[in-house]
Design a protein around this ligand. Structure first.
Ligand code: ZN
Length: 244
């Protein structure tokens, strides 16, 4: 395996998934992974899961996936997220539900680790947006690099050899040097919240250590129309064009 593509929170946005897969195909990645939150917010949960299965994407579970299945409480979810979960529960196919049920909370390979929120307790779905959380996550896996989602904001935490402190940056094309370790938030193609309304995704080269955050436009208007047609809260469509 030379190159992997890593997808963030998809949230049932099929147009964004298709656009990002086209990017991965052009980059000739050898395998595709997803950091979870496959459903919730968007109008096409079954279509997204069908495509993930067809493309043999390996995914971990996100908090929306687990809330849908009743594995965690949705009390902390805002009313729009709860409305979307209720809608998704009524629509989800048995095959798609089985796919979500089978998702692990973390994936560890010798090259990288994958988790939705943070470690060491992935079932708590903590947001990884501070140095202590990033350090605790780094301490809980062995590979040089870990990929996370959950905040919908791409960013990188880097640990230099022998250092107990971290560097933090938003670079979109950089190299993980020998001896360095990192946690990379890959952002969210399905509902970006970094004020850039295009779909982000990461390509990681296992041999050179290059980490690229690529972005692609997708058919926002189509997803908005489907969200309205489904009687999901309109804000879930409106926010897509602002990247918030
Ligand atoms: Zn999410």
């Amino acid at each position: 395996m030379r190159k992997v593509g890593i997808l963030g929170d998809l949230h049932a946005n099929l147009s964004a998934l298709e656009a990002v897969l086209a990017l991965f195909d052009l980059e000739e990645v050898d395998a595709i992974y997803c950091v979870g939150d496959i459903v919730g917010y968007g109008a096409r949960p079954n279509e997204v899961i069908e495509l993930l299965m067809e493309r043999e994407v390996a995914a971990v579970a996100g908090n929306h996936d687990w809330a849908l299945l009743g594995k965690i409480s949705e009390e902390s979810f805002n009313p729009y997220a709860r409305a979307a979960l209720e809608w998704t529960r009524a629509k989800i196919s048995p095959e798609a539900r089985d796919f979500l049920e089978a998702l692990p909370l973390r994936i560890d390979t010798e090259h990288f680790c994958l988790v939705h929120g943070a470690l060491p307790n992935p079932e708590e779905f903590e947001y990884l947006q501070s140095f202590p959380t990033a350090l605790a996550t780094l301490a809980d896996f062995d590979a040089p690099i870990g990929f996370v989602g959950h905040t919908h904001v791409p960013m990188n935490f880097i640990q230099n050899p022998g250092s107990s402190e971290l560097e933090w940056h938003f670079q979109v094309d950089w190299h993980l040097e020998k001896g360095q370790r990192a946690v990379v938030n890959v952002g969210s193609p399905g509902q970006p919240r970094d004020e850039i309304p295009t779909a982000p995704a990461v390509v990681y080269n296992l041999q050179t250590g290059r980490v690229q955050l690529l972005r692609t436009p997708y058919n926002i208007a189509a997803e908005q129309r489907l969200i309205r047609k489904a009687n999901l809260p309109a804000i879930l469509g409106d926010r897509l064009q602002h990247g918030i």
